[in-house]
Design a protein around this ligand. Structure first.
Ligand SMILES: [Zn+2]
Length: 372
């Protein structure tokens, strides 16, 4: 018996049975769909879509196969193929929707935070720098006394830092404050005038008084600069300047103000005192002390057995200062005071060396509270 022969009279490939081919695609799709539907990640859904609906996908193969179908059978085959395409397309679209929910679920499945668990304190919480801490405490206390906060330039004209504060060019007080000078101003109204890094926050007194009319009740915390460095001096340090200008302001008001804020910071039980002193921009002038915060006045190493700690300087604003800013010293009087914020922090936290404040040692700085 001979082998079966190719049907005669036709060189075309045998017509495909599109029903069978379509059924094979459906079966394959059903299996792959079931696998992806169990875990419809966006990646798996997209792979499924490409495998069946992509340019080289299996549905496309069916569509291309239609060319080989006898012309008279083509409409029927086309319907079958189209039905497969629609079913696959519908199923993939449904899976794409589920993939969106899958992403959301993945996010929700991230382990939840149990707020009832004890705090993991292995993460450093950070702390306020003792100078920031003291600055905030001071601002809070002075606000309570009705003071407003004023700011001013760190690089300033000689006029604001010295001349207007009754410290003329040849005044010996200039030697008390070793000054960093910068290049003189060029151009404009201030051409050729000396400029410097302010040696004291008192420059803000002048700026504020030139800008405002009395009554004034101002504090001005800020950085100041002097060529000086040892155990109790750093080239940059922090001062706070305070002043009050109004009708009938007296030395008694000054004493009450200083006494009130020192007690607010160091405690009610500690005494304060005033000693006569000299500053060119006040008359009369004084220095103020607080009873030693370590020994409460009994005498110790920190207070050099005096029982007192020096805090700052103060006095009644000099008429020459009022003259420089155009205030009538017959009508108005005022007081001013200034002290180092760093020194206040040193006394409050019993620090042995001022330079500790500027070394950036985390172990040292970590000991301070987070809130003022
Ligand atoms: Zn002491």
């Amino acid at each position: 018996m001979n082998h079966p022969e190719t049907p005669t009279g036709s060189q075309k490939p045998a017509p495909l049975n599109m029903s069978e081919a379509a059924e094979a695609v459906r079966t394959q799709f059903a299996a792959d769909h079931a696998r992806v539907a169990a875990n419809p990640s966006p990646k798996a859904v997209e792979e499924l879509r490409l495998a069946f609906l992509g340019r080289k996908g299996r549905v496309q193969d069916l569509i291309e196969g239609l060319r080989n179908v006898a012309k008279e059978q083509r409409p029927e085959a086309g319907k079958i193929v189209n039905s497969v395409r629609q079913d696959v397309d519908g199923a993939v679209t449904a899976l794409q929707e589920r993939a969106k929910a899958w992403i959301l679920n993945e996010r929700l499945n991230i382990p939840q935070v149990d707020v009832s668990l004890p705090v993991d304190d292995s993460t450093p919480a950070g702390a306020l720098h003792p100078v920031s801490l003291m600055r905030r405490v001071l601002i809070r206390e002075f606000r309570r006394l009705g003071f407003t906060i004023y700011d001013g330039p760190e690089i300033d004209f000689d006029f604001y830092n010295f001349s207007a504060l009754n410290i003329p060019e040849s005044h010996p007080a200039r030697d008390m404050q070793d000054t960093f000078y910068v290049a003189p101003a060029t151009g404009g109204a201030f051409d050729g005038q000396k400029m410097l890094l302010r040696t004291q926050t008192s420059n803000i007194q002048i700026h504020a008084m030139l800008a405002e009319k009395p009554p004034l009740r101002v504090i001005a915390p800020g950085r100041v600069f002097r060529c000086d460095s040892d155990i109790t001096h750093t080239p940059m340090f922090h001062q706070i300047e305070g002043f009050v200008v109004d009708k009938g302001v007296t030395f008694a008001n000054l004493k009450a103000t200083i006494d009130t804020f020192l007690k607010a910071i160091y405690g009610r039980e500690l005494k304060t005192r005033f000693r006569p002193s000299f500053f060119p921009f006040v008359e009369p002038g004084a220095e103020f002390d607080v009873q030693c915060t370590i020994c409460s006045g009994a005498g110790c190493r920190v207070c050099k057995n005096t029982g007192w700690l020096e805090v700052g300087g103060c006095g009644m604003i000099h008429p020459k200062v009022f003259e420089a800013v155009g205030y009538d010293s017959e009508e108005y009087s005022g007081f001013a005071f200034g002290f180092g914020i760093d020194r206040m922090a040193m006394l409050k936290y019993a620090l042995p060396d001022l330079r500790q404040l500027f070394e950036g040692d985390h172990d040292f700085l970590g000991q301070f509270p987070v809130h003022a």
